[in-house]
Design a protein around this ligand. Sequence first.
Ligand SMILES: *Cc1c(COP(=O)(O)O)cnc(C)c1O
Length: 233
Amino acid sequence: MSTIAGNLQAVEATIQVACEAAGRPRSTVQLLAVSKTFPAEAVLEAVAAGQRAFGENYLQEGVDKIAAVAKALPDTRLEWHFIGPIQSNKTRPIAANFDWVHTVERLKIAQRLSEQRPFALGPLNICLQVNISGEASKSGVTPDELPALAQAVAALPNLRLRGLMAIPEPQDDPELQRVPFARLRELAQDIVKSGIHLDTLSMGMSSDMRAAVLEGASIVRVGSAIFGARHYE
Ligand SMILES: *Cc1c(COP(=O)(O)O)cnc(C)c1O
């Protein structure tokens, strides 16, 4: 078995055990394999092992990889999620190449994605990135500003607002890891109470996926536990 296939099995086992501990069916958690910095060949190995959803952070790298994988596997339907920071002049290729965007934190970006989404592809799935670590993080809408942003994004025609996403401050203690995830779940519940349908909590990475599943994650974004350590140039 390839290393990636073995790693995928281990991650799958972690998710299953966490689902059992949480009393949740395994089918309520989607594994997003974060392939940033790894070549198309690594994605092909993961696909051969059964993985179908992939996350990318860097636009050009992601677009090139999507094309390379599509060329190698023209008949395999994959799901691509954009999970990196978004520059407002780079929204068009995101809207044209990805199925999901997890990192919307401003209305202007959402408006551009809606305007630029090719109609034939159907609505683009959106998560709003929330800053739940306060001053420590510069990314994400603040909890105070979240309800108004959710209202406005939910009204855009070519987007489908699915839920919330967060990247908490790294934390070693498994119990403390749960605190920001619980906070994100509560913020989503408040939005649902206001009448906006949400079905997604994108939270949890290699080192805290168990805590995230215990607090209701519906997408865990796992990179290094599947593909190995990343080497940035
Ligand atoms: C890189 C990245 C991940 C995966 O992180 P790992 O610790 O390698 O699992 C998940 N989410 C986002 C937004 C990322 O940038």
